[in-house]
Design a protein around this ligand. Structure first.
Ligand code: XBP
Ligand code: MG
Length: 249
């Protein structure tokens, strides 16, 4: 007998819904640094390393400490607010789209009455901007619950944001499938007891260990663009859909 249909699909944002880090967040950080008169350079390789620190404010504070720069909470908050303005403005240009298979699976889930949620480290403003720029003005309304930056005290890899989303939805870990892209995200989802976890890596996370992740793909795939299976038993039809997820033990 097939496993019962998954009641909800919970998506990470950055790297999962869209490949936002290098051409989105990183550019926004650099523009905020320039506005602040800081000669800080976050080139792609530097930024890839900094992604180990989840949270933009935490990433700024970490980098400042490595430079011996005084870390003042107000300075960090103002710099991060500037970065968020740059990021949401950049998204408004529509240059960053959803990753392969994401819109297809979201629409399939909606049409089948599955509950959709988000569990992310980024800010609600960034989530809203991404969903509007990719799904239209009603995009944010597709998601019943959004667990974001300050929903919980501890960001990923802490499981707190996933636990909070499950609590808000009155669901158990076994009722959901989660979608992630990175070590921090995998540790957060598994730490919350979610075992059905689909990882779609990006160029920034393809070398991550992703310990414990049962299924690792290069993307969710499309009928005309099969997903590449990097770990686990991938979908026979080449793309992840509800049928594959509901049959997943
Ligand atoms: C990835 C993150 C975020 C972004 C930057 O979030 O760690 O911090 O890199 O966004 P996700 P902020 O959990 O969606 O992968 O500057 O808003 O933190
Ligand atoms: Mg992510």
């Amino acid at each position: 007998m097939n496993a019962p249909p998954q009641k909800a699909l919970i998506f990470d944002v950055d790297g999962t819904l869209a490949d936002t880090e290098q051409e989105g967040h990183r550019i926004a950080f650099e523009r905020a640094f320039a506005d602040a008169g800081l000669d800080w350079r976050w080139d792609p390789v530097t930024y890839r390393g900094l992604l180990a620190v989840a949270g933009g404010k935490e990433r700024i504070a970490h980098y400042a400490r490595t430079l011996g720069h005084p870390v003042d909470a107000d300075f960090v908050a103002r710099l991060h607010a500037s970065k968020t303005r740059h990021y949401t403005s950049l998204l408004g240009g529509g240059e960053i789209g959803l990753r392969p298979g994401i819109e297809r699976l979201l629409r399939e889930g909606r049409d089948a009455g599955r509950r959709l949620a988000i569990a992310t480290t980024t800010t609600p403003a960034n989530v809203d901007a991404l969903l509007r720029s990719t799904l239209g003005d009603d995009g944010p309304g597709w998601f019943e619950v959004v667990g974001a930056a300050d929903s919980v005290a501890h960001k990923k890899p802490s499981p707190d944001v996933y636990t909070w989303v499950l609590e808000q939805m009155a669901l158990a870990p076994d009722d959901v499938v989660a979608f992630e892209d990175s070590d921090n995200g995998v540790r957060a989802a598994l730490g919350a007891g979610i075992e059905r976890l689909v990882v779609t890596v990006t160029a920034d996370t393809e070398d991550h260990e992703l310990a414990g992740a049962p299924l690792v793909l290069d993307c969710l795939g499309e009928p005309d663009r099969p997903a590449r299976v990097l770990r686990g038993a991938g979908p026979a039809q080449g793309f992840v859909d509800l049928g594959f997820l509901d049959a997943w033990r």
